[in-house]
Design a protein around this ligand. Structure first.
Ligand code: PLP
Length: 359
């Protein structure tokens, strides 16, 4: 298996891939692949409902929340949120912590008046704003934030408390990486292709009372209510993606649940951050220490020429996906749930050796 540090789509657990392979042409004696089952069949509904139940169990999702499986990626949520929850001229608060937050903000302009509640743009998105900097506007329809900034490598450690103001989080790149209290959020959404499964499914966890406030004069497929009334089976869902998501959830449970996953993610990231911190400036991180992501480790080799050599040699050594996002450059190691501890240790060892050989 490759040492896969891709930012997304990214590594999947080997055990999940092997199980899917074993079941590929004959799912549980049906003589069909999951992909060939009717989405109205009892077999598929079993897969679908088990995935929902396992996500509920892992996150301890309260009864008054719906779990939806949608399509269109997290990017469609950038539009659906303001389309459902903003009225013309109404304000919505957005915290700007990177490129994905900016995209969400831009979509909201099409439906209402997004207002910046805080931003770290002037610091080149190296940090998450302090809780004291966030302007809570009780008149806004909601407050939106990005829990983990995939491109800049920053992550919220403590979420703001927003009282009656509904809090919405784009958790695309750190969903299921640690325990969180779902009841603090009116809505959580995530494209599946990092910690949840293959691309093609978007998970939405939404409080029913919030959902009920949505606008009704919008297209059927873009209404959350359509999907909640139909258990996400209004139209043909991405059945194979949901099956894979279900298998990933079972894997997380078997690994010991979110506490165990969180502990392992901390250990994995520590290997790499320690090398950066102990390199006497040979490597340096993009994010400020208090905002460092456990999912996307963004760093530079101080000498630009050596950075090119580092990336080339890493590639030859079998490390995949270490180039930083095209908008920021440098290096990025994405250490999502399915990236094994040994893979992170191998990268840390490679970084130490590269420094020894090149300084
Ligand atoms: N939000 C975040 C934090 C992301 O990392 C990404 C993709 O990398 C997106 C949104 C966009 O997701 P999608 O490609 O599913 O539309």
């Amino acid at each position: 298996r490759a040492f896969n540090f891709n930012a997304g789509p990214s590594a999947l657990p080997l055990e999940v891939l092997q199980k899917a392979q074993a079941e590929l042409v004959d799912f549980k004696g049906t003589g069909m692949s999951v992909m060939e089952l009717s989405h109205r069949s009892a077999e598929f509904e079993g897969v679908h409902n088990e995935a929902i139940a396992n996500l509920r169990e892992l996150y301890d999702i309260p009864e008054n929340y719906e779990v939806l499986f949608l399509q269109g990626g997290a990017s469609l949520q950038f539009s659906m949120i303001p389309m459902n929850f903003l009225k013309e001229g109404q304000k919505a608060s957005y915290i700007q912590t990177g490129a994905w937050s900016e995209k969400a903000f831009a979509e909201a302009k099409l439906f209402g008046t997004p207002v910046e509640a805080a931003s770290s743009k002037s610091n080149n998105y190296k940090n998450i704003p302090a809780l004291s900097e966030i302007q809570i506007d009780e008149e806004a329809a909601y407050l939106h934030l990005t829990s983990n900034n995939t491109i800049f490598g920053t992550q919220w450690k403590t979420f703001p408390t927003t009282g009656d103001l509904p809090l919405i989080a784009d958790m695309s790149s750190d969903i299921l990486s640690k325990k969180i209290d779902v009841s603090n959020f009116a809505m959580i959404y995530a494209g599946a292709q990092k910690n949840l499964g293959p691309s093609g499914v978007t998970v939405v966890i939404i409080r029913k009372e919030f959902l009920e406030k949505a606008n009704s004069n919008i297209p059927t497929m873009l209404k959350y209510a359509t999907h909640s009334k139909n258990n996400s089976l209004y139209n043909t869902p991405p059945t194979f993606g949901i099956y894979m998501l279900g298998e990933v959830l079972k894997w997380v449970k078997a690994e010991g649940g979110l506490e165990a996953i969180e502990q392992r993610n901390e250990e994995k990231a520590k290997y790499i951050y320690d090398v950066i911190d102990n390199s006497n400036g040979f490597y340096y991180g993009h994010a400020t220490e208090d905002s460092r992501s456990l999912m996307n480790i963004t760093f530079r080799v101080a000498d630009e020429e050596l950075e090119k050599k580092f990336l080339a040699e890493a590639k030859t050594a079998g490390f995949v996906g270490l180039n930083g996002h095209r908008s920021v450059g440098g290096c990025r190691a994405s250490t999502y749930n399915a990236v094994p501890l040994e893979t992170c240790k191998a990268l840390a060892d490679f970084m130490v050796k590269f420094q020894q050989d090149n300084q």
